[in-house]
Write a protein that binds this ligand. Structure first.
Ligand SMILES: Cc1cc2nc3c(=O)[nH]c(=O)nc-3n(C[C@H](O)[C@H](O)[C@H](O)COP(=O)(O)O)c2cc1C
Length: 305
């Protein structure tokens, strides 16, 4: 018998545990539909900000030995300038995680209130982006500020579950997660990019990225993601979307053993393409079958026992 890969807990109701994370195809409705058709269990939007903002000039992404550095710079049309997009999104048939950011606590609440009106299934708070000065990063490092953002967003988001997305740069990510849970967070997403890191071109003798520094993602960061999810699971009761460096089904299982309910597949899209959702689902199923596991709940958090 095939194992059951559906996720149904108090917060998540997904047909399978895979999620498209923020920053990968999360801008165009048609692309999101395609990713859902490729098997993803839920789709996250590219983070939406308070005001129109251009990203950094190219180059914004560079492949490194074992991962990718990016400094895209949180480009956004601004939440007030996306009516056409939201009209299309009315037709969606996939669970939507609307990622948002602000530069102040008030701005998070302002964007969240507007986005809540568009009725996504979840609001994800990007309090963790490492590649834009004064955006996100400091918020996610400090349990007090992170919890204040969650509290303010919860005041305006009605019944829509709120998922703060945490940074591996926090000294004690478990404490940030706990503070967010106490402020009303319904789940946690962990982790955002690691870093910042830098790559220097030996010919030009200059940093490759226009912003010089960028967030590191992909296979190399998986052990950090596993440790962060493990720490978060040990600190909170709310469910976790785990991501960071997952490249195959066994990586996904590892994050689940650490405590994740669902798994983001980001940088792996660059190497395996959109078909990786269905492929990785099959790899998870096949691991479960060979290990006589019939439900994902039988492995979630088992590394803690
Ligand atoms: C090009 C690029 C853009 C990203 N943009 C966002 C973003 O807008 N908001 C966000 O919360 N995370 C963003 N991320 C971080 C990813 O959602 C994810 O947390 C990170 O890539 C780690 O997962 P991975 O190793 O599977 O890629 C971005 C990552 C990349 C590579």
């Amino acid at each position: 018998m095939k194992p059951d890969l559906r996720i149904k807990n108090k917060v998540f109701d997904f047909r399978n545990p895979t999620v498209l994370p923020s920053g990968f195809y999360g801008e165009k409705f048609e692309e999101m539909q395609e990713i859902y058709a490729s098997g993803a269990g839920a789709i996250t939007l590219k983070s939406i900000g308070p005001k129109p903002k251009q990203g950094h000039p190219n180059p914004i992404i560079v492949k490194c030995e074992h991962g990718t550095l990016n400094a895209v710079g949180l480009p956004t049309p601004g939440y007030k300038n996306m009516e056409e997009f939201w009209e299309k999104m009315n037709k969606r048939d996939f669970p939507l995680i609307a990622s948002i950011y602000g530069t102040t606590i008030q701005e998070y609440a302002e964007v969240a209130e507007f986005v809540a009106g568009k009725k996504p299934e979840f609001i994800e708070l990007n309090i963790s982006c490492p590649n834009v000065e004064n955006y996100g990063m400091p918020f996610g490092c400090d349990p007090k500020i992170a919890s204040k953002i969650v509290e303010k967003v919860k005041e305006v988001s009605g019944k829509i579950p709120v998922l703060p997305k945490l940074t591996p740069q926090a000294n004690e990510i478990g404490k940030v997660a706990k503070a967010c849970e106490e402020a009303g967070a319904d789940g946690i997403t962990a982790i955002n990019s690691v870093g910042p890191g830098m790559k220097i071109n030996l010919k030009t003798r200059k940093p490759v990225l226009s912003f010089k520094k960028g967030g590191y993602t992909g296979a190399a960061i998986k052990p950090i993601a596993v440790r962060c999810v493990y720490d978060v699971y040990a600190s909170v009761e709310i469910p976790i979307i785990g991501l960071g460096g997952v490249s195959n089904g066994e990586d996904a299982i590892e994050l689940m053993l650490a405590g994740a309910s669902a798994i983001g597949l980001g940088t792996v899209l660059y190497s395996r393409g959109k078909t990786c959702f269905n492929e990785i689902i099959k790899e998870i199923e096949s691991w479960m079958q060979s290990n006589e596991i019939s439900k994902l709940d039988e492995i979630k958090g088992k590394a803690h026992e």
